[in-house]
Ligand binder design. Sequence first.
Ligand SMILES: NC(=O)C1=CN([C@@H]2O[C@H](COP(=O)(O)OP(=O)(O)OC[C@H]3O[C@@H](n4cnc5c(N)ncnc54)[C@H](O)[C@@H]3O)[C@@H](O)[C@H]2O)C=CC1
Ligand SMILES: O=C([O-])CC(=O)C(=O)O
Length: 328
Amino acid sequence: MKAPVRVAVTGAAGQIGYALLFRIASGEMLGKDQPVILQLLEIPDERAQNALKGVIMELEDCAFPLLAGIEAHSDPMTAFKDTDYALLVGSRPRGPGMERAELLSINGAIFIGQGKALNAVASRDVKVLVVGNPANTNAYIAMKSAPDLNPNNFTAMLRLDHNRAASQIAAKTGKAVADIEKLTVWGNHSPSMYADYRFATINGESVKSMINDEAWNRDVFLPTVGKRGAAIIAARGLSSAASAANAAIDHMRDWALGTNGKWVTMGIPSDGSYGIPKDVMFGFPVTCENGEYKIVQGLEIDEFSRERINFTLAELEEERAGVAHLLG
Ligand SMILES: NC(=O)C1=CN([C@@H]2O[C@H](COP(=O)(O)OP(=O)(O)OC[C@H]3O[C@@H](n4cnc5c(N)ncnc54)[C@H](O)[C@@H]3O)[C@@H](O)[C@H]2O)C=CC1
Ligand SMILES: O=C([O-])CC(=O)C(=O)O
């Protein structure tokens, strides 16, 4: 049996938390042979802490063989102690009619404190996934607040967008979602994102030639994927939770256990690839191996794609400028 690893989850009593924790504890994220200790963080508020107690009782009642410990915390300085994985979910979700960027003034500050706490007490190899919106800029804030940690260990969740794009393509082509390869989503987790199937294949066949419909790409596919979060809020009255939790599991599992050469999308600090300025937290096509991600290189960026990439980049640059004062 492997030694247990420590997994911190913030916002653990929230709706994503409720869809996430049981799957981590059952081994879906880090493997069926990997025991985990859950370090759960909620705000120091009686209702939230009580709700967290209830979630912990339910986790106990599952008698998960891989669950080697559960801790409840109200302070990131204890919640993140020695943590190997940190899923930063806790933050305000948007309601109907809001854009995710509007959450920056409410949620941004959370990620300064949590970045500092990770810097102070987490494992030096901690892998961080930011889910709380606006995810890219919050991840950027956390990364910049943790100068002693490797910036490459901070990532933002673009996987839900990737999975949404895959599902739309499967529906359009009538093919199995599992057979889609080489799909990616560039940029920000916002309606400006650029879901790109130009390189995608299904059983080796080009998705672009299968669909062969530029108008569908521009007028149906991109807006559907880009605005899917808002469509779910309109339908449910609450933002997506189970699909967000599922994407978080996919993101962390692939990062930790590898993708066997398959492309996935992760929001990561740019290394300058594809003309994206260094450090911008940007959705890129990556492959993962040995606990590290690598940007897929050498893809041709045509004029339409360059326009789209520049558009989502401009939005991220604007968000970054908007939080510069917080980072000192
Ligand atoms: N990146 C992505 O693809 C997605 C991101 N999200 C975002 O995830 C976040 C959480 O969503 P839900 O779980 O639905 O919200 P929720 O409101 O149900 O739960 C959030 C929980 O976080 C807790 N919390 C707030 N501030 C905290 C802090 N400083 N430390 C620890 N816990 C804190 C709250 O007490 C609450 O229990 C939202 O910002 C939402 O917009 C949601 C879906 C997809
Ligand atoms: O749209 C929202 O606010 C929640 C979210 O990020 C998503 O579902 O993609």
